[in-house]
Design a protein around this ligand. Structure first.
Ligand SMILES: N[C@@H](CCC(=O)N[C@@H](CS)C(=O)NCC(=O)O)C(=O)O
Length: 220
């Protein structure tokens, strides 16, 4: 079996980081190919090199032994089906339903956070920009979500649902944004942020992230 994961630049591509972590956490072998997104067609999903491997013109996309999967959550669900129950989603069905809810909330929401706190692993801001209300509300919701889940499931382990799961992979880009933009969150959310940032697979991704790898002048 051969799996190829097509991703964007590691310094910037928050969407790519999620399934990359899921595949690593699942112990699923894959080859990664980084595609340049600073090319004509970016933002319109019309980069020819991306369209050649992903029908909607976005990364990440996984070629799983000839089957194309072109969405980060779909890749994560595929991965969960390749491994034993309990490895990537919680084994308990109530916990699993909550983990899926948290993952979907991230996958489908937080547009203001994506807009105003773009992922840039090498960037550090001392003072926060003057964000609009929708961004501040979204950050407060992240704090509330993490705090509530950690308070409820902390006795099971240091991750959102005790053991590491797909939900944690989906929130890892958020952890990097909180660090980059020095966003103050509750002590329990800060501790969880640090759990995500010290995960060995995330650290390996970060070590490969090239600063200033995005050449905006190439975009048309
Ligand atoms: N729903 C998709 C979103 C992926 C996405 O928006 N990817 C961005 C880059 S990180 C992209 O490929 N953009 C190319 C473009 O807009 O032309 C997923 O979860 O995989």
């Amino acid at each position: 079996m051969s799996n190829v994961l097509f991703i964007g630049y590691k310094n910037y591509s928050s969407w790519s980081l999620r399934p990359w972590l899921v595949l690593r956490w699942g112990g699923i072998p894959f080859e990664e190919r980084v595609l340049r997104l600073d090319q004509p067609g970016y933002g319109r999903q019309e980069i020819a090199e991306v369209k050649a491997v992903s029908p909607n013109g976005t990364v990440p996309a996984l070629d799983a032994d000839g089957t194309t999967i072109w969405d980060s959550l779909a890749i994560a669900e595929w991965a969960a089906e390749q491994v034993a129950p309990g490895v990537l989603w919680p084994e308990d069905s109530a916990l699993r339903a909550q983990a899926r809810s948290a993952t979907c909330e991230m996958h489908a929401g937080f547009a203001a956070v994506r807009r105003d706190l773009s992922m840039n692993l090498h960037r550090r801001l001392d003072a926060q920009p003057d964000w609009p209300d929708d961004t501040r509300r979204a950050l407060a919701r992240i704090d509330e979500l993490w705090r509530g889940l950690r308070e409820r499931h902390g006795h099971l382990g240091p991750w959102l649902f005790g053991r590491r799961s797909i939900a944690d992979a989906f929130f890892t880009p958020v952890a990097t944004r909180l660090r980059t933009y020095a966003v103050p969150v509750s002590a329990i959310a800060t501790a969880y942020r640090d759990t995500l940032l010290s995960d060995p697979d995330f650290v390996a991704w970060e070590a490969d992230a090239v600063p200033d790898s995005w050449d905006a002048s190439a975009i048309q």
